[in-house]
Design a protein around this ligand. Structure first.
Ligand code: CTP
Length: 400
């Protein structure tokens, strides 16, 4: 996701430097070329050798430690960077950035840079809540920097409160958003994800194997590209992506209600959820005893949410409807039938029986069908990549 991107990883001196050092490897794993710039105090917590080994690049920590290749190192590094990520950002570093100081290499690089800057504060909660720090954070935000909200909990200084370095998964979203083209900005997007579970009694349910990964990938990538995203999700084991509004549901009827209330306000509706077509006719209280149950469960049909959305949309251009056809094998005919029957703009056909893709897998192999008979066949790829290709199509449709 970050290949070809040059990231300057600015580290200042706090105990969270130990945690942040792990992010150097995470960024490199995502393909970024990482250059670590440490303040003098940061080197008291993590050695420059550790950061050099993790990044695979020489660490910059002082104005005067470069060879002739970088005659004006802070200007060169600042010009070449695609992004600056500062983690941990101490109260002192935040104050120096807010005042435009250039008294060490990191501050000078930030001052000279034109690329996006992401700041991840980590400090004692009283220091974070001090009006001086609050004003400094507000100043950085006003100037266009992204300042992550610190996590709350037990801190290294034994205090409890805000001040923990955020988790990498959240910061990764800021990084990817800062580097993504904002071609979905201004759009309100609703994505459904995961399975629905239909209760039989208070213990048992009918469900399916959907992991929710495709829908969560769609929500995360849309957010990065600037959309305002609501994720209507059945039960999954996944963390909702940072910056996405979560509407949790369990049953198809609950999903139906949540989606329908968003019909008017959504510009795009994506139905990646594996909605249960049926539910038990009655839900028993307590736990059905073996003797009571027999071998028959009577089922009743759930509403077809996408078909209802399609009907409501009629001939209007908005909202744009994207469906998923879960098929055993590559059944494009069935995908085309569903696209037309449910009045969708795009139908993404995926083979849920493939051993290397589909349900519960990290990857997917799909064909995107459109209203004009177009078929875009994508090779096996990660679900975030598939999601980006679907958003490319949506952006093109929106642009006319
Ligand atoms: N869908 C829906 N409500 C349902 C069933 C499906 O909104 N009750 C949506 C899915 O989220 C998906 C699309 O319809 O976007 C196609 O779902 P799929 O399960 O492939 O098809 P079905 O219409 O259920 O048909 P079948 O099970 O016969 O293949």
């Amino acid at each position: 996701m970050l290949s070809g991107k040059k990231v300057i990883f600015g580290m200042s001196g706090g105990i969270a430097a130990c945690k942040a050092a792990g992010w150097i490897r995470d960024l490199a794993r995502d393909g970024a070329e990482v250059h670590v710039v440490m303040t003098r105090n940061a080197a008291e917590f993590v050695t420059p050798l550790t950061c050099a080994a993790l990044s695979g690049n020489e660490v910059v920590s002082d104005f005067f430690d470069q060879g002739s290749a970088h005659l004006i190192p802070h200007v060169n590094l600042a010009c070449e960077a695609d992004l600056i990520l500062i983690a941990p950002a101490t109260a002192n570093t935040i104050a120096r950035l807010a005042h435009g100081l250039a008294d060490d290499m990191l501050a000078a690089i930030v001052l000279a840079a034109r690329c996006p800057v992401i700041v991840c504060p980590a400090m004692n909660s009283a220091m974070y809540e001090n009006p001086a720090t609050r004003e400094n954070v507000a100043t950085l935000r006003r100037r266009g920097m992204t300042v992550a909200d610190p996590g709350e909990g037990a801190l290294a200084c034994r205090a409890t409160g805000p001040g923990r370095l955020p988790e990498y998964a959240e910061v990764r979203e800021y990084v990817l958003a800062a580097l993504a083209e904002q071609d979905l900005s201004g759009l309100k997007v609703t994505v459904t994800a995961g399975p629905t579970l239909e209760p039989l009694d208070q213990v048992r349910y009918l469900g399916n194997r959907s992991s929710g990964r495709m829908g969560y990938a769609l929500a995360a990538t849309a957010r990065r590209r600037g959309a305002e995203v609501t994720l209507v999700s059945g039960p999954t084991r996944l963390e909702p992506p940072a910056g996405v509004e979560l509407a949790p549901v369990t049953t198809a009827l609950e999903m139906h209600r949540e989606v329908m209330t968003r019909f008017e306000s959504s510009d795009v509706l994506v139905k990646a959820a594996a909605v249960s077509d049926f539910r038990p006719e009655t839900v028993a209280s307590g736990k059905i005893k073996k003797a009571e149950c027999g071998l028959e469960i009577r089922l009743t049909a759930n509403p077809d949410i996408l078909a209802e959305l399609g009907e409501k949309k009629g001939n209007s251009a908005r909202p744009l409807l994207v469906g998923f056809a879960a098929e055993a094998g590559e059944n494009l005919e069935e995908g085309k039938r569903k696209l037309s029957r449910k009045n969708c703009d795009l139908m993404v056909v995926n083979d849920i029986t493939a051993s290397d893709a589909g349900f519960a897998s990290e990857n997917n192999r799909v064909v995107i069908l459109d209203r004009n008979g177009g078929e875009e066949r994508l090779p096996l790829m990660g679900k975030e990549e598939v999601a980006n290709r679907i958003w490319d199509r949506v952006a093109r449709l929106r642009g006319g």
